[in-house]
Design a protein around this ligand. Structure first.
Ligand SMILES: [Zn+2]
Length: 151
C-alpha cells in the first residue's frame, strides 16, 4: 500500500523516538490501516464498538482521577489505580491538543485480570481505532479489554 505524505508523517510519529521514546508500533511491521482493520474486526466479532470501549475506559479513568489517592473499587468488581506521570503528550495522528501522561490500571477482581492504559490510548481507540502495534509498550489487545472492562 502506497503511503500519502500525511501517512508517512503519522508513521514517523508512531515510530520509536517519534513522539514517545518507545513508540507505538512495537515490532509490528504492518501498515497502520491493517493494524486498525484487524483489531476492528475482532471488536465486530465480539459485538463491541470502539466507542463503547473508549466510553468504558473513560468512565473508569474519571473515577480514578476523582479520587485523590487514585485508588477506588467500583461495583465491588473493578479496582482502579492511577499512577501520575508528569507531562503531556500529543496525539501521533497530528490532532491538536495534549493528553496527560500517567497510567490507569484496572483490576477485574471477579476475573482476577488486570489491564493498564493511558489517556492517549482512550483517544487513539475512539478517534482512530488504534490499539497500538504488537509488542508496543501500551498495546491493548481488544479481546482482553472487552474481557476486563465488561463484567
Ligand atoms: Zn488523534
Amino acid at each position: 500500500m502506497k503511503e500519502t505524505p500525511q501517512e508517512k508523517k503519522i508513521r514517523q510519529n508512531l515510530q520509536e523516538s517519534g513522539i514517545s521514546p518507545q513508540g507505538f508500533l512495537g515490532e509490528d511491521e504492518r501498515h497502520i490501516h491493517e493494524i486498525v482493520a484487524t483489531d476492528l474486526a475482532v471488536l465486530e466479532r465480539l459485538g463491541k464498538t470502539k466507542e463503547e470501549i473508549a466510553d468504558r475506559m473513560e468512565f473508569f479513568s474519571q473515577e480514578a482521577f476523582s479520587h485523590y489517592d487514585g485508588n477506588v473499587i467500583i461495583d465491588q468488581i473493578y479496582e482502579i489505580e492511577y499512577d501520575t506521570v508528569r507531562g503531556k503528550i500529543p496525539c501521533p495522528f497530528d490532532h491538536p491538543g495534549l493528553f496527560r501522561k500517567g497510567e490507569i490500571t484496572l483490576n477485574n477482581l471477579h476475573k482476577n485480570l488486570k489491564i493498564s492504559w493511558t489517556p492517549l490510548n482512550i483517544h487513539m481507540i475512539r478517534a482512530h481505532g488504534f490499539f497500538e502495534g504488537k509488542g508496543a509498550k501500551h498495546r491493548l489487545e481488544p479481546k482482553d479489554l472487552i474481557e476486563i472492562l465488561f463484567k
